[in-house]
Design a protein around this ligand. Structure first.
Ligand code: ATP
Ligand code: MG
Length: 561
């Protein structure tokens, strides 16, 4: 679907309505606000495509804002990874912003609220505060410290900032309404003491602002017009607005928070906390393990930015939570790779094939089209000789008429080469077939124009010349979880559903043109799927990841089980 032909989503309707009511188009401004406490995942891709997509649609700036108010879980490594991923997806931010750059302004505003009697220092423990919260139907209880004098509040708050108190000794709370029907309005926390160095402000601060106090004010400082977040913040909107009310200047843009549904994806988890667990427990090799639903994992697996964006565009923006089937993401990468990936030959489970009537020591270089979907991709030469590898599953001694591969007495065409006929096979002591002997028809060479070359046979097999083959490690991946919604079980932890067979490593033989392949290069291994070169690859040892198979085999397997 092209950007102009699709209908507007509900987020765009909100913007259109604001514009129709006179909001100036040149004041539109958006942001994508990740917390640097992990790597971005496919759920974030939705939010990135939404915000940066709006930027492109309305030619409005989009900031990349790091919501870095919790030094316990945040790290520079995550900041770097997030920037890399957003860039890789192909988006450009206007300004790289950090909530931590606003710590002083937020502090000054907090002092102002104290002076106006709208914030106070509470000296109760977090347990005591929690007990006073009340329930949705019963009002909360006011803190005994709620009516401290402005002077005492100022003195204590300054002491908190100066590091005079231990963690948990005091907090700063907004003085709103302990009887509000919205529990979040019952004197929410604004600051807590944390004697932790921050990845950017180091030890400058030992009090850190809470999300609610930070987010709207950051939007305001950056003059973000529309602040889109996921549905769990819907109840926070009232507080977002209350905090804005305290600081907004009439001549300036007042940010507007609106919510959309968080996306969940089948057979995986998308929560940085859970993904971190997979990394820390060694279930995967790291945040960029090709089985991870992270942007970096998908990149390493062989996904393209185009396929991820097309996927995000297809699933669109929803108002309600739902689970998106990951096979839709696979569909999109298959579609894109079909257009761009050169076709090559690789044998994953090799079986030796000897052409008994082919001259000993001879070799030919056969011409092969790189990509039938892309004329500009051109041609390359692949070596052919007396001894070849074919896939084990492509040969059977006997088979019924529906088996269009090779069987004794049967014929197939070797891709870009000749028609062959299997004559005999050799077995080891256990009865496994270890070699197949065949004859070839020298006049049947593909593209030679002879009558025999045009002769149709049912099956075509891919192959690699034994003498020229390059050995490669191939990593075959399956779903990381056996359950469709691993984190949606009340009585079971998501870790219980880890698929023990999510990675299979094999040794394969690939055609020699692949010896030069670089990390990230993408190919279609004919008849086997799409593969790319892993970062573990070296000239001494090629390593490929299977990005996705050629067809959606998963659905079929599911039915069979
Ligand atoms: P996580 O639980 O994975 O840590 P988060 O919401 O805490 O997610 P943030 O770094 O705060 O992660 O997210 C940045 C932006 O991405 C937010 O606006 C958030 O709402 C959005 N986002 C995060 N996860 C999803 C998801 N699964 N679907 C859509 N948007 C998401
Ligand atoms: Mg978060």
């Amino acid at each position: 679907m092209s950007e102009t032909s699709r209908s507007l989503n509900f987020i765009e309707h909100i913007i259109e309505e604001d514009l129709s009511k006179g909001f100036p188009k040149d004041k539109l401004r958006f942001r994508f606000p990740p917390e640097p406490n992990g790597y971005l995942h496919i759920g974030h891709a939705s939010s990135i495509c939404l915000n940066f997509g709006l930027g492109l649609r309305y030619q409005a700036p989009v900031n990349l804002r790091f919501d870095d108010t919790n030094p316990i879980n945040e790290e520079q490594e995550y900041v770097d990874a997030i920037k890399r991923d957003v860039e890789w997806l192909g988006f450009e931010w206007e300004t790289e912003c950090y909530a931590s750059d606003y710590f002083q302004q937020l502090y000054d505003w907090a002092v102002m609220l104290i002076q106006q009697g709208k914030a106070y220092v509470d000296s109760q423990s977090s347990e005591e505060i929690a007990l006073q919260k009340g329930t949705p139907t019963e009002p909360g209880t006011e803190s005994p410290y709620r009516n401290r004098s402005v002077e005492e509040n100022l003195r204590l708050f300054e002491g908190m900032k100066e590091g005079k108190f231990k963690e948990g000794e005091h907090v700063l709370r907004a003085k709103i309404d302990m009887a509000s029907s919205n529990m979040l309005m019952r004197d929410p926390l604004m600051y807590r003491i944390l004697h932790r160095p921050h990845h950017r402000t180091n030890t400058d601060w030992c009090i850190y602002p809470m999300y609610d106090w930070t987010h709207g004010e950051s939007d305001y400082m950056e003059q973000v017009s529309h602040s889109f977040c996921t549905m769990e913040f819907a109840m926070h909107r009232e507080l977002y607005d209350w905090f804005l009310d305290q600081v907004v200047d009439e001549d300036k843009v007042r940010p507007k928070q609106r919510e959309f549904a968080r996306r969940n994806f089948s057979h995986t988890v998308v929560s940085k906390r859970r993904l971190l667990q997979l990394v820390e427990k060694g279930v995967v090799t790291g945040w960029d393990d090709p089985r991870m639903p992270t942007i970096s994992g998908l990149r390493r697996r062989g996904y393209t930015p185009e396929s991820i964006k097309a996927f995000a565009q297809t699933i669109g923006i929803a108002k309600r939570d739902n689970v998106v089937d990951v096979s839709l993401l696979e569909f999109h990468v298959r579609e894109h790779l079909n257009k761009i990936a050169p076709r090559v030959m690789a044998v994953l489970n090799p079986l030796k094939l000897v052409i008994t009537n082919y001259p000993e020591g001879e070799e030919e270089w056969l011409e092969s089209e790189n990509n039938p979907e892309d004329e500009s991709a051109g041609f390359r030469k692949i070596p052919f000789s007396k001894e070849l590898y074919i896939e084990q599953e492509d040969f059977k001694e006997e088979a019924n008429r529906k088996f269009f591969r090779l069987k004794l007495g049967g014929e197939v065409r070797l891709k870009n080469g000749y028609i062959i006929k299997a004559t005999s096979c050799t077995k080891d002591e256990d009865g496994n077939i270890v070699e197949v002997q065949c004859t070839y028809d020298p006049k049947s060479k593909s593209g030679s124009g002879t009558e025999e070359s045009l002769r149709k046979v049912k099956g075509t097999l891919h192959w690699v010349s034994v003498k020229h083959a390059v050995e490669a490690e191939v990593r075959l991946y399956d779903r990381l979880f056996t359950d469709e919604t691993p984190d949606a079980h009340k009585d079971k932890d998501f870790m219980e559903f880890i698929n023990p067979d999510s990675l299979k490593v094999i040794n394969a033989f690939v055609e020699p043109s692949l010896a030069e392949a670089k990390v990230g290069d993408k190919f279609q291994f004919q008849r086997m799927g799409y593969f790319n070169v892993d970062k573990d690859s070296s000239p001494e040892k090629l390593v490929f990841n299977r990005t996705v198979g050629l067809r959606d085999t998963w659905a079929k397997i599911q039915v069979k089980n």
